[in-house]
Design a protein around this ligand. Structure first.
Ligand code: FAD
Ligand code: NAD
Length: 477
């Protein structure tokens, strides 16, 4: 049968693309179904890539990292229009989506455009403007991702009241913005709009932002966000509101604490749900979990053994970085390629706020909770030569958590310029159980920000020995 495949993948996001090309590389007959006309899912079209590109654009236009460190000021944000702001995001998204298409072609993956749904456990229908096609599959991989949850009380209109998809299509800058939710999406967008000089409020239902971070990093980020002019309203929420017919009138948003916010635009960033609507998983007998997710085992197999699911549709951690590896692991198990049996449980988080934050391994609170005897070491960017050259504006720092008896590094936490890049040395240190002295004995290029690691190790040893020659962050301007 021409429409029968060894594997049919549903979704062309990072999880689906990488799984499809891996299976094809190992000579299996593969098809991929994508309902959008463009490839890449949230990874390329609506999430990771566009938001990261907008952040770089905001940094460039606002010159926030250059302010006051050269004798001339480069402040372009005031003169930039929305087209200037969106230009690079659109270009990078377009190029990356085309590359997904080329990658699928190079590997001879057959692409069907249309909405996939299960007919039975081995059969899918694909519905598009041109009709319905039926495909048969020996194995099926569901990689349909997630969508922004829409609570009924929020009047989403895609013009002034947005989710993380529609905020990418604004045709003018907001005069002011209220972001609901201080999670990853909320904090990233709040800091990039604030960098563009937009009055920004963040409303969060707890007393912390990004609860999984080490407390000193989370507190540090809150301080930097406040310094950037962002008002964070903790332990708060929003009540029902309407979009006035007159678009010159502000949105009047009632807060749970009785106050009212008057803002131009609103961004909902308080959670996502799995994309299984319309898939008819029940026809294949697939077990469903909370928030519309698919339940899988350690091999990413559902309760129906030849049907696998990976990426956001299986829930936590819902990261592009992990989704693509889950896709590869699933294919390895499916076709017994024995090259990638499972994923490391130690993986980094990268949060592309201004400033960036990144972490790997245990936080200080986790070490405490687990009864580990731990020490900490710090180094501030400004205490390194590279930090001095960059004129660090963030008061950025690196924090190590290590085991006191062995000096093994358990966790690395960074807030500052390029934190999401610098973390990878820390990832290897934590994965390989490196000690403070092993890091000190490693020669780095000089001057680089990797000196942060060395001097945080010295700082940790100094704390243990009760012999601190210089306190971390001591250099003040
Ligand atoms: C604003 C934002 C910023 C983010 N930033 C980061 C980041 O910096 N780093 C990071 O690691 N992660 C980030 N993420 C998370 C990341 O984007 C997701 O984890 C990742 O895209 C999930 O990949 P996926 O392949 O599972 O799903 P998706 O990328 O969502 O792709 C799913 C695809 O399936 C298609 N599809 C769905 N249902 C059907 C159907 N029935 N038939 C046919 N096709 C279907 C969709 O159209 C879509 O193309 C961010 C997410 C958001 C929203
Ligand atoms: N850099 C990255 O890796 C990155 C960036 C963006 C998104 N993502 C992925 O996208 C996922 C979804 O992100 P998200 O930010 O939408 O969700 P989230 O779960 O990370 O954050 C939601 C936040 O909203 C708050 N909240 C929830 N309901 C609320 C309410 N009614 N009122 C006020 N506050 C409320 C929560 O306390 C939390 O702080 C993330 O979990 C992550 O996997 C990753």
């Amino acid at each position: 049968m021409t429409n029968a495949y060894d594997l049919v993948v549903i979704g062309s996001g990072p999880a689906g693309e990488k799984a499809a090309v891996k299976a094809a590389y190992f000579n299996h007959r593969v098809a991929l179904i994508e309902r959008e006309k463009v490839f890449g899912g949230a990874g390329i079209q609506t999430g990771t890539l566009p938001s990261k590109t907008l952040k770089e654009t905001a940094l460039y236009l606002s010159g926030v990292y250059n302010k006051g460190i050269f004798s001339i000021n480069r402040e372009l944000a005031g003169n930039a229009g929305i087209q200037d702001f969106m230009y690079r995001k659109n270009l990078v998204t377009h190029r990356a989506a085309n590359e997904v298409e080329r990658n699928l072609k190079r590997h001879d993956v057959t692409v069907y455009h249309g909405q996939a749904e299960f007919v039975d456990a081995h059969t899918l229908s694909v519905t598009s403007e041109s009709g319905v096609k039926i495909v048969y599959a020996h194995h099926i991989l569901v990689a349909t991702g997630s969508y922004p949850f829409h609570p009924p009380a929020i009047p989403f209109d895609g013009v002034r009241v947005h989710d993380s998809d529609t905020i990418l299509n604004i045709d003018r800058f907001p005069k002011s913005l209220c972001v609901l939710g201080a999670g990853v999406i909320g904090c990233e967008y709040a800091t990039l709009f604030a960098a563009m000089g937009i009055t920004t409020y963040v409303v969060n239902n707890s007393d912390k932002i990004l609860g999984f971070l080490d407390h000193e990093i989370a507190d540090g980020l809150v301080e930097r966000m406040k310094n950037a002019g962002i008002s964070i309203l903790f332990n708060n929420g929003v009540g029902p509101f309407e979009v006035p017919a007159d678009h010159d009138k502000p949105l009047t948003i009632p807060l749970q604490n009785g106050e009212v916010l008057h803002v131009d635009m609103f961004l909902f960033a308080a959670g996502r749900s799995g994309n299984i609507r319309g898939l008819h998983c029940e026809r294949a007998g697939i077990a469903i979990g909370q928030r519309e997710t698919i339940v899988v085992n350690a091999h990413y197999q559902t309760n129906v053994p030849h049907i696998y699911a990976v990426g956001d549709v299986i829930g936590f951690p819902a990261l592009a970085s992990i989704s693509m590896e889950q896709g590869r692991v699933a294919v390895s198990h499916m076709f017994q390629t024995h090259d990638l049996e499972n994923l490391s449980q130690i993986f980094p988080y990268g949060i592309y706020t201004v400033p960036e934050v990144s972490m790997v391994g245990l936080t200080e609170e986790q070490a405490k909770r687990e009864g580990i005897s731990y020490g900490t070491g710090y180094c501030y960017y400004r205490d390194t030569l590279r930090g001095e050259i960059l004129g660090d504006q963030d008061n950025g720092f690196l924090k190590l958590v290590f085991e006191t008896s062995t000096h093994v590094i358990l966790g690395v936490h960074i807030m500052g310029y390029m934190a999401t890049e610098i973390i990878h040395f820390g990832l290897c240190a934590v994965k390989d159980k490196r000690t403070l002295n092993e890091i000190i004995a490693t020669v780095f290029n000089y001057p680089t920000l990797h000196d942060l690691y060395k001097y945080a190790c010295y700082d940790g040893l100094g704390s243990l020995a009760g012999k601190k020659i210089k306190k971390a962050g001591e250099i003040k301007r």
